[in-house]
Design a protein around this ligand. Structure first.
Ligand SMILES: NC(=O)c1ccc[n+]([C@@H]2O[C@H](COP(=O)([O-])OP(=O)(O)OC[C@H]3O[C@@H](n4cnc5c(N)ncnc54)[C@H](O)[C@@H]3O)[C@@H](O)[C@H]2O)c1
Length: 181
C-alpha cells in the first residue's frame, strides 16, 4: 500500500494537499503535526483521522530529530511532502534564528531522519519566489530572475533547496523542488 507523509498538514497548503490526496488516490496519508499547531485547517478531517480512514495524524517537530524518526518509522512513507515551515515573511524579520532553525536545520533533520530510518522515499520540497525571484506576467518559468537579497527567508529557502539537492544527504534521493509563489 502506498503511503505519503505530509509535514505541515495543519497548514494552509498541507491541508489542501491532504484533501486532494484523499480524494484522488487510494494512499494512506500520514500528517505530521506539532502538539501546539492550530487545527483550524484540518478540523473537517479530524473525525476521519479518529476512524483511521486512510488518514493518520502523527506527532513530529522539525526541531526534534527523535520525533521525526519516530514519525517516519511509523509512516514508512513512499512519498514525503515537506510543507512544514516558519512560512511568514514578517516573522522571519522578527524571529530570524527561529526561522533558520525551523526551515534550514529542520529540513536537514528531516532528511537525516529519513536516512537514519533506512527509507528512500520520493521527497517533495516546496520553494518560493524568495529563491527564484519574482516573475511578472509569464506563467511558464524558464530562467532565474534576480534575487532579492534583503529578505531573511531568501537564504532560508535557498539553503533548503541546497539541502535537498541530490547528494547532500541521502544515498540515492529523489527530490522534487517546486516553486510555490
Ligand atoms: N502559501 C503560500 O502562498 C506559499 C508561498 C510560497 C511558499 N510557501 C511555502 O509552502 C509551505 C507551506 O505553506 P503554508 O502556507 O501551508 O504555511 P502555513 O504557515 O500555513 O503552514 C506551515 C505548517 O508548518 C508547521 N510547522 C511550523 N513549524 C514546525 C515545526 N517546527 N515542526 C513541525 N511543523 C511545523 C505548522 O504547524 C503548519 O502546519 C511553506 O514551506 C511555505 O514557506 C507557501
Amino acid at each position: 500500500m502506498t503511503c505519503a507523509m505530509i509535514t505541515g498538514i495543519t497548514g494552509m497548503v498541507g491541508s489542501h494537499l491532504a484533501d486532494y490526496l484523499l480524494a484522488h488516490t487510494g494512499w494512506e496519508i500520514y500528517g505530521m503535526c506539532r502538539w501546539r499547531s492550530p487545527q483550524d485547517n484540518v478540523r473537517h478531517l479530524l473525525r476521519r483521522a479518529e476512524k483511521k480512514d486512510r488518514l493518520h495524524f502523527i506527532y513530529g517537530d522539525l526541531k526534534d530529530s527523535f520525533s521525526l524518526q519516530k514519525a517516519l518509522t511509523e509512516a514508512k512513507p513512499d512519498y514525503v511532502f515537506h510543507l512544514a515551515a516558519q512560512s511568514y515573511p514578517r516573522t522571519s524579520f522578527d524571529a530570524p534564528l527561529d526561522t533558520l532553525d525551523t526551515n534550514i536545520l529542520g529540513t536537514a533533520r528531516l532528511l537525516e531522519a529519513i536516512r537514519a530510518c533506512g527509507l528512500n522515499p520520493i521527497i517533495h520540497v516546496c520553494s518560493s519566489s524568495e529563491v527564484y525571484g519574482r516573475v511578472s506576467a509569464c506563467l511558464l518559468y524558464t530562467s532565474p530572475s534576480p534575487r532579492d537579497r534583503t529578505r531573511p527567508r531568501m537564504p532560508s529557502s535557498a539553503c533548503k533547496k541546497k539541502h535537498t539537492t541530490p547528494s547532500s544527504h541521502l544515498p540515492d534521493p529523489t527530490t522534487i523542488t517546486q516553486r510555490f509563489s
